[in-house]
Every structure is written in C-alpha cells, then in structure tokens.
Write a protein that binds this ligand. Structure first.
Ligand code: HEM
Ligand SMILES: *[C@@H]1O[C@H](CO)[C@@H](O)[C@H](O)[C@H]1NC(C)=O
Length: 511
C-alpha cells in the first residue's frame, strides 16, 4: 500500500470517529484525563509513609473536616503510625509524632528539613522574602543578621529588660483605669507586648489610646485567625480562580497589604533622617546593611526584603507572646488557688514595692513552673511552623522526597499521657520536683534545632516580667455571673475566645 492511500484511510477513520463523538463524550474524556493526571501527581513514591487515600484534587483535607479535626487525626495516627502521610491537593505532607522522631528531623537531620513551604497567600504578600517562611540563602542571611541585630539592641542585656519593665508599668496603669470593672484585656496586652518588638525594630512605642496602632493590631489579629478560613484554604488550592472571587481571603490580602504599607511608611521616615553613624534601631541597621551590599547583585539585603523581614518580626513578636499572656491570665483566673500561690511566692521573695526582674526567676520556682504550664496547656502553635524537605532523605526507614511538607505534632508532646501526670489539666507540679523547678524534655513550645524560634529569649523575658508584674499588682477574677471558657479560637495560633476579666488592685484586698 502506498503512503497516500494509508493517509487517506487514516484521515477518513479520524473523520468518522470525530463525527460519531458527542460533545459530552469529549468532556467526559477530558475529565477522565484530569483524574488520571491528578492520580499520577498524588501517587505515593516507593516506601513513602502510609496514610489514608485522599479524594482527588482536595486530598485528605476533605476527610478531615475543616476545623477541629483532632479526634479523626488521632485515629489515623493510631492506624498508620508516627509518620503519617496526608495529602492536600497535590501537596504531600507528613505529620511526625513523638519526641525521638521530632528530634531526628529537627536536630539530627536538620540540614534536610531546614526549608519552609510557601503557600500561595504567603507568596503573594512576601514573595520568597522575609525570615519566617524564607529558605536557602535568603533565610541564612536574614536569620544571621536579625540575630546579631537583636543582640546589639539589647537581647540578653539590661537595657531590654528595663524596657519591658517600663512597658509593664504602662500596662498596669492602663488596667488600673478599669477600676476593677469587667474589661476585655485583649488589645491592651497586645499593645504592651507589641511595643517591645516595635521599640527594637522601629525605635518607638505606641500609646494604648493610639487609634491607628490599635487598628493595626486588629488587622494582625484578623490575619491570625482568618488564615484558617475555608476561603483561604481554597485560595491555597486554587489561587488563580480564587483571586477573582470575593471572600475572606480578599480581606486577608487587604489586611496584609495594610500592614506592609505601615512598615513601608516607617521605613520611609527612617530613610529621611538616616545617619549611618548613629544606628537607632533594627531598620537603621538594615539600611546600613543595604548600603554595604549595594554592589552585590546576589545579596538578599534590599528594601523589599527589609519590609518583609520587619513585618515578620512585628507579626511573630506580637501575636505569639500576647496570646500566651492572655492564656496566662485566663488560666489563673479559672484556677484562683494557683493565683494565690503565685502571689504568695512573689510577696515572699520580692515583696510588693519592687518590680520583678529576670534575676528573680531562679528564686521563684513556683511562678516559673506556672508560666511553663501555661505554655504547655495553651500550646499555641499545635503543629509547629511547617518545614519542607530540601533533599530526598530517609527517616525511620521511610523515604521522604524533596518538597514533602513536614509538620511536627507539638500537641502530642505537650499532652502525652506517658509524660505528664495530668495531661489535660492545668497543673504546675508538672514542672516542679521537691519545690525546685524541673525542666521537661517533652516541652517544646519554641521548637528545637537551628530553625527554632529566634525570639525565644525575648519571649521568655517578656512573659516573665509582664506576668509577674501583673500578678504583683492585681488579683484577676471572673466578672460576676459570667462563666469563663477555656475553649479556643483556631488560627495561625490557638487563642482564647473573647472574654472579660476583673482586675482587682491588690492593695485593696491585701491591705
Ligand atoms: C510565646 C512566644 C513564642 C512562641 C511560642 C514562638 C514559637 C515559635 C515556633 C514554634 C517557631 C517555629 C520554629 C521551627 O520551625 O522550628 C517560631 C519561629 C520564629 N519566631 Fe517565635 N515564638 C514566640 C515568640 C517570638 C518572638 C517574641 C519573636 C520576635 C523576635 C519571634 C520570632 C520568630 C521568628 C523570626 C521565627 C522564624 C525563625 C526561622 O524561620 O528561622 N517569636 N516561633
Ligand atoms: C496531634 O496530636 C494530637 C494529640 O495526640 C492529636 O489530637 C492530633 O490529631 C494530632 N494531629 C495530627 C495532625 O496528627
């Protein structure tokens, strides 16, 4: 047969086939093709950690429900083990349970788990910049610089401690104004805590009556809890579609843009009166660093990164510590007998006239144990901040390819019935032994390893000084006829539900 005849025959066959097809069939074929493609994308590599089969496109996410899926997950961990694979669309994630495996990943093999996954929302606001979610060279340079600069501006020095003490006095004054009447402590505490990181980064603190700054704190709070809304999950899966649709994700984007604009304006002010010879704060130090690297094309020090790293510090330095402090007041209000013991220890060791300092911590084992117990119970970052596998690796015999998202289950550590006498009850004895403070290995609110919380020391100073200063001055009580709830609001951090407290000045009761 010659070629021409063959071509004609094939052509008419194709034409006949085409004529016989309905549009519906074509569409069905296309859908089938998408499913096969999706299946191939979600196919587990050999020796991959086990987990439930996800639904196409949406993955295991669907099976878990959208919020408070704890119970369901616990069953899955029981069934599949301490490395559990969950799929979200075409993202492969592995949840790691138990201290030995968490240490394996975050400490012993940390060089393979040092990266962060970037969500479409993060990408949209920060690109690949900043410090919290950046990876590789950008992260390395930013982290080193931030650590050095924080140290230069007083981390671990007396000046910073004094700044926290002074801010605590402002907070006490603001709470005294409530005159023992019920009030919502949320934004006063946020403002006080935020002022510490603001004074390091921007060189200024903000009055609690400053309407503009209060608005900013509201955006920050909204960002923290809206990030887990349904629409934001959908934005994460289908950013190119969701981008055009209205919803919570649009509010979130607007809030982030507003926060960026705020930081941008402060940077512009700094540039106007910048004097390289006199470094006032973090932003000044960063401007110097940009000038130093101006000839270096691959340097990560440029103005866009300045905005992103500063915003990361502002966000990470505000939300976490103030949420923990709010939990502290709530737990002690709900457990008045523990509050009395803290106050008795403070009165005995420091007295009522002198303000607590970091050096007092050693002599306040009960109070120190209470702060640790607040962090254990509040457990504000339940699954740690996610990591991403940076090179194919093996953990506990399982293969984890590059790109796998890793979550480490801190809740499982903090509530492990093998580790804690009363895992689900607030009990400072967990951190005490014969009246002395006892460190616990299964307590990792700041995570561990080279990428652990960079603000741990700062946060611990803030928690200690704010908490003890407040306990020294006030007794916190529930408002009459109101029952306080320990239920939580889910978000980037786990925070208390909206509530009110009464702060009774202690002079009034203790005489
Ligand atoms: C009670 C308060 C705080 C808690 C519970 C907390 C917890 C955490 C956790 C769990 C991580 C992730 C670590 C990891 O991936 O292994 C983290 C990272 C981080 N935290 Fe904190 N944090 C607190 C306060 C602060 C403060 C006050 C600052 C301000 C300087 C801060 C700045 C950061 C930064 C910049 C990172 C990212 C570090 C990196 O990716 O290299 N944190 N924090
Ligand atoms: C983490 O551990 C807690 C406590 O065991 C459990 O309730 C939760 O479902 C776990 N989460 C994941 C994602 O494994």
């Amino acid at each position: 047969m010659d070629l021409r005849v063959l071509l004609v025959a094939l052509g008419s066959l194709a034409a006949a086939l085409w004529a016989g097809l309905h549009l519906r069939t074509v569409l069905l074929g296309a859908v089938a093709f998408l499913f096969v493609a999706d299946f191939l994308k979600r196919r587990r590599p050999k020796n991959y950690p086990p987990g439930p089969w996800g639904l196409p496109f949406i993955g295991s996410f669907y099976q878990l429900g959208f919020e408070q899926s704890h119970l369901k997950l616990q069953q899955l961990v029981k069934k599949y083990g301490n490395l559990l694979n969950l799929q979200f669309g075409d993202l492969h994630s592995v949840t790691i349970t138990g201290l030995p495996l968490i240490k394996e990943v975050l400490v012993h093999q940390e060089q393979n788990f040092r990266n962060r996954p970037v969500t479409p929302m993060r990408e949209r606001i920060f690109k690949k910049y900043g410090i919290l979610m950046s990876s590789g060279q950008v992260w390395k340079e930013q982290r080193r610089f931030v650590l050095t600069t924080l140290r230069n501006f007083g981390l671990g020095k007396k000046t910073l401690e004094e700044r926290i003490q002074e801010e605590a006095r402002h907070l006490i004054e603001a709470i005294e104004e409530e005159k023992g009447q019920p009030f919502d402590p949320h934004f006063k505490i946020n403002n006080a805590v935020s002022n510490i990181i603001c004074s390091i980064t921007f060189g200024e603190r903000f009055e609690y009556q400053d309407g503009q700054f209060q608005e900013l704190l509201k955006w920050l709070d909204e960002v923290t809890h809206k990030e887990v809304s349904m629409q934001c999950h959908l934005y994460g899966l289908f950013p190119r579609i969701m981008k055009f649709l209205p919803g919570t994700h649009q509010t979130l984007i607007r809030n982030w843009e507003n926060l960026k604009l705020f930081i941008y304006r402060i940077i512009e002010e700094h540039k106007r009166d910048w004097n390289p010879a006199e470094t006032r704060d973090f932003i000044d130090a960063y401007l110097n660093e940009i000038a130093k690297n101006s000839g270096n094309a691959v340097s990560s020090f440029h103005e866009e990164n300045l905005i992103c790293s500063t915003l990361d510090l502002f966000f990470a330095g505000t939300e976490t510590t103030s949420t923990t402090l709010r939990w502290a007041l709530l737990y002690l209000t709900v457990n008045p007998e523990i509050q009395v013991k803290v106050q008795a220890e403070l009165d005995r060791v420091i007295g009522t006239s002198q303000q607590p300092r970091m050096a007092d911590r050693e002599r306040l084992p009960y109070t120190n144990a209470v702060i640790h117990e607040v962090q254990r119970m509040a457990n504000i970052i339940p699954l740690n901040v996610p990591r991403e596998v940076s090179a194919d690796t093996t953990v506990a015999g399982y293969y984890l390819p590059k790109g796998t998202i890793i979550m480490t289950n801190l809740t499982a550590l903090h509530r492990d019935p093998e580790e804690w006498a009363t895992p689900d009850t607030f009990n400072p004895e967990h951190f005490l032994e014969n009246g002395h403070f006892k460190k616990r290995e299964s307590f990792l609110p700041f995570s561990i390893g080279k990428r652990a919380c960079l603000g741990e020391q700062l946060a611990r100073s803030e928690l200690f000084i704010f908490f003890t200063s407040l306990m020294q001055k006030f007794t916190f009580r529930p408002p009459k006829n109101e029952k306080l709830s320990l239920q939580f609001r889910m978000g980037l951090t786990i925070s208390p539900l909206k509530h009110r407290l009464c702060a009774i000045p202690r002079g009034d009761t203790a005489g």
